[in-house]
Design a binder for this molecule. Sequence first.
Ligand code: SAM
Length: 284
Amino acid sequence: MNNLIEAKNTIEFLKEHGISAKKRYGQNFLIDRRILDRIIAGSEITKDDTVLEIGPGIGTMTQALCEAAGRVIAVEIDKDMIPILEENLSDYDNYSIINEDVLKLDLNKVMSEEKKRIKVAANLPYYITTPIIMQLLESGLSIESITVMVQKEVADRMQAKPGGKDYGALTLAVQYRSEAEVISNVPPNCFIPRPGVDSAVIRLRCYAEPPVKAKDEKKLFAVIKAAFAQRRKTLANALKNAPQLNLSREKVEQTLTQMGLTADIRGEKLSLSEFAELTDRLFD
Ligand code: SAM
């Protein structure tokens, strides 16, 4: 087994095996021991934990996770990575690999045996960072924390305040489920190949109970997503045009007025608790 936790071994391994990163799968392999250590420490994983890793690639982070965790479940879309991963994990017996597209996977089913809340750790593929985070936050999966490498711009969106251009559905979903904290900024030279953007490791510590109460969580997520689906529209137009919500113009306008909001307000002005109140009133 090649010890990929040491970055120089990862660099050599990629060269020796002639592994060229597949752009279509967002492959940027981590080659920085310091950052890997920060992810593992930041994710607060212990031998009591089961960890879900999304996109293990050649297994650099997976090796470190197998050392730290009780069990690792790694989901990788690229079938060419599977034999490489198996070879690089041959010293461990506390992992399973699922060769699937994570977005098509029923994570509740995959994790159905788990009794404790799971932890998620990953160097995410950047072309689908937001859908993966939304999938994790909407799945109802029992998650204790999510510690992930993302584009810096996505980390900014997760922590945005109402009113700005970064504030949107991702911000609200993250804030409804968790407390977010950036644990490291990561420059492009920590990867092979180098991505065209700066990155950050962000940890979401998930709440046992959300900070605001919504009568129907699914409806809250649906309203939030509809509000930001077409950013240039007013909130009223975005909500009444969303077929999945099935709301009349009168109901939307009347509800905004009841809440003391103007007819031309945009979604980005509303806080999480206002979205919860809006949803409760719209579907009362
Ligand atoms: N974990 C490795 C590391 O840190 O060096 C690789 C990280 S690389 C940024 C992202 C990984 O996600 C790649 O291995 C890629 O093949 C995998 N991936 C891309 N799309 C995926 C999907 N839809 N489902 C599961 N894995 C995916």
